[in-house]
Write a protein of this length. Structure first.
Length: 172
């Protein structure tokens, strides 16, 4: 029986992509220019996996700032979350902070005040579909994309900010 190897989540982002995020956010270059940089990073991740013999390949999450950032890109009704919002763990709902361990510098990040659902949630776009279509067109292997759990939306609910749209975190 052959061993199976899959990429589970993120592959390290190349320096060119990391360096491009901030200037892109500051509108120093167009979305099309930034997409070309992302495309190159995805293509390199795909090539690496194919060279290693993976039968299931991923885009390496090159188009995401973090796993949860895809949720914010896909829906309307959220405030203006920053990367710090995505570093906060689920316990921010309970008033906690995100805290990294020694391996990431023992960094503590308080829940951002702007983190919250500010209006009824509505679908804006399908980032996972866009990722899948791009990947499928570039490989003969089985493509895979990461789908964040909808339960991650709990991170975005805030008793102070979200009451107008959703009075409680409970759906019923």
């Amino acid at each position: 029986m052959a061993a199976r190897a899959d990429t589970v989540c993120i592959l390290l982002r190349p320096p060119e992509l990391q360096a491009a995020r901030e200037p892109y956010a500051a509108s120093y270059f167009s979305a099309a220019e930034f997409k070309r940089i992302e495309d190159k990073a995805v293509d390199e991740a795909l090539k690496l996996q194919e060279e290693e013999g993976f039968s299931v390949v991923t885009y390496g999450e090159k188009r995401r700032e973090s796993l949860q950032s895809q949720l914010a890109e896909a829906v309307e009704g959220l405030g203006d979350p920053s990367i710090d919002a995505y570093l906060c763990s689920i316990d921010v709902y309970f008033g906690g902070d995100w805290q990294g361990g020694e391996e990431v510098g023992d960094r503590r990040i308080a829940r951002p005040e702007s983190l919250g659902v500010v209006g009824k949630l509505g679908r804006r776009r399908y980032p996972s579909v866009e990722e899948f279509v791009y990947l499928r067109a570039r490989t003969t292997r089985t493509p895979k994309v990461t789908l964040p759990s909808s339960s991650l939306f709990a991170n975005f609910w805030s008793p102070e900010i979200s009451k107008g749209a959703y009075p409680t975190l409970r759906l019923s």
